[in-house]
Structures are given as C-alpha cells and as structure tokens.
Design a protein around this ligand. Sequence first.
Ligand SMILES: Nc1ncnc2c1ncn2[C@@H]1O[C@H](COP(=O)(O)OP(=O)(O)OP(=O)(O)O)[C@@H](O)[C@H]1O
Length: 269
Amino acid sequence: MRVLEVQGLHVRYGKRAAVHDVSLGVARGELLSLVGGSGAGKSTIAHAVAGLVAPSGGAILVNGVDLLAAPRRAQRALRLPLQLILQDPYSSLPNHLRVRSIVAEPLLVHRLGDRARRVAAALDAVGLPPREFAERYPHQLSGGQRQRVALARALVTDPAVLIADEPTAMLDATLRAGMTDLLKRLADERGLAVLHITHDLAMARRISDRIAVMHRGAIVEQGPAHQVLIAPEHPYTHALITAATRHQGGNRDQVRPAGDVPAARAIAS
Ligand SMILES: Nc1ncnc2c1ncn2[C@@H]1O[C@H](COP(=O)(O)OP(=O)(O)OP(=O)(O)O)[C@@H](O)[C@H]1O
C-alpha cells in the first residue's frame, strides 16, 4: 500500500485553478520526484498535503485514511506521519532557539516523550554530531547545516512520509548533491516515502525511483524514472529533457538514468 496517496486533487487560489485533477502516490522506501517549471503547481501540492492550503476537491490518503474527510480536530494527529521541509533554511529556523530546541519542536507539538534521545538520533541521521551541533544557534550554522537541522526536525517524530520542497534551491552547487543523496539514503535505509519537489531534472535523475512531470497545474506524465527519461511520452517532458541537456553542456547522459546509457545514446543518435 502507498503510504501517501493523492487522488484527483484540485486547488484554487480565488478563481484561479493552481492544481487540476492531480493523482500521485508514494510507497514505503520510495522516492518520487515531482518536476516541472516555475508556477507549475508543485509547491501547492506539497502545501495541500501538509494542510497549509485547503484543496477544493480530491482526496489525500495517509496510510489509507483520507485526511480531507476527517473532522478538522482529527487532522493534526492524522498528519503526524507526514513531515515537510521547505526550500529556505534561513527563514524556516527560529533564530532565538538552539538546535536541540528547534529539532525538539514537533515532539512538543505532538506531546511525544524521550526527547533528548530522539533529538540526538535525528541529528545523527542527518550527519550533524549532537555534541558539536546541539547547543548552536542558527546563525552559527552554514546554509547546508541549517537545511540538515530542518531535516532533523522533520525526522524527529519518525515520520513515514517526507515532503521535501526544493530542499537544495538555496544551497550552493557543492552542497546540493550531499543533501539529495541524504534524502535517497533515508528512503533506502529507513523506508521513508519521499516526495521530492524540484525543477532540476538532472537532480531528479540522480535519486528518483519514479518521476512525475507537472505542467500548468496538471501531471502530464509519470512513471519509473528510467522510463520517463529514456522514453518520454509528453512533449513537455521532451522539452524539459532538452532544456536540462543544454544546461549540462549538451551531455544527455547527465539527464538520462545512469543505468541505461547505451539505450539513451541509441535514442539520442
Ligand atoms: N498563495 C497564493 N495565492 C495566489 N496564487 C498563488 C499562491 N501560491 C501560488 N500561487 C499561484 O499558483 C500557481 C502555482 O504555484 P506553485 O508555487 O504551486 O508552483 P511551483 O511549481 O511550486 O513553482 P516554483 O517552482 O516557482 O515554486 C502559480 O501560478 C502561482 O502564482
């Protein structure tokens, strides 16, 4: 069963439809990348799943339970298996709190105990040794370390689903691969279901099991990463691959899946 299942989701901002009839799902241990250009509606999906915007239609199932059909009061507890990290590690961490208090926040919200142990385990999981980092304030951290603190805060409740909305957008190029590889490792090693939002197809190629391509509020294509990148069916996916290829200096192998380079060459030639 998929831990997160979005069915026929519609979201409007006033009269404007931002997300139209979107269905997607993520299973345990799977990393799905939602890719698309600016304004496609990717963040709106993340925000709807996290309860930050109210959908106008559809269903969001977590472990088979429809969040939108549940009474408002029950929704917070039903969202416990879901955590979200956002793109900006500068605005997402409260500057006046130490790392250990920031990471512990969700435990307070959900009234969960065993805080010191859970905080230390979460910091370890993101590669920030607690002895070195627990007492620091955000201004004593680099951008990459801040994003790891945000990730530790998301992991501290031991969620089943992590939604990562452009988690590397504000990081410099040298730190991006480390962050996305960490997401992949969390999916592989902890069985986390990861919904990874990005406009970077080369990054999606690196870590995704499946890819969903979004354009103008709708998903135009989704499937195994391999299939979507080697044999794209929708013209918009073709256009994204071409644009990413140009960005990579014309090397299609940077965008195509690593395991099937000969097939990619055959198609490209
Ligand atoms: N709070 C809001 N009020 C009104 N319109 C909004 C709001 N948030 C997003 N939109 C609009 O909804 C559409 C989808 O935006 P969204 O941020 O979901 O796209 P995105 O694919 O995440 O883009 P980006 O990669 O630039 O973040 C856009 O046209 C955007 O302008």
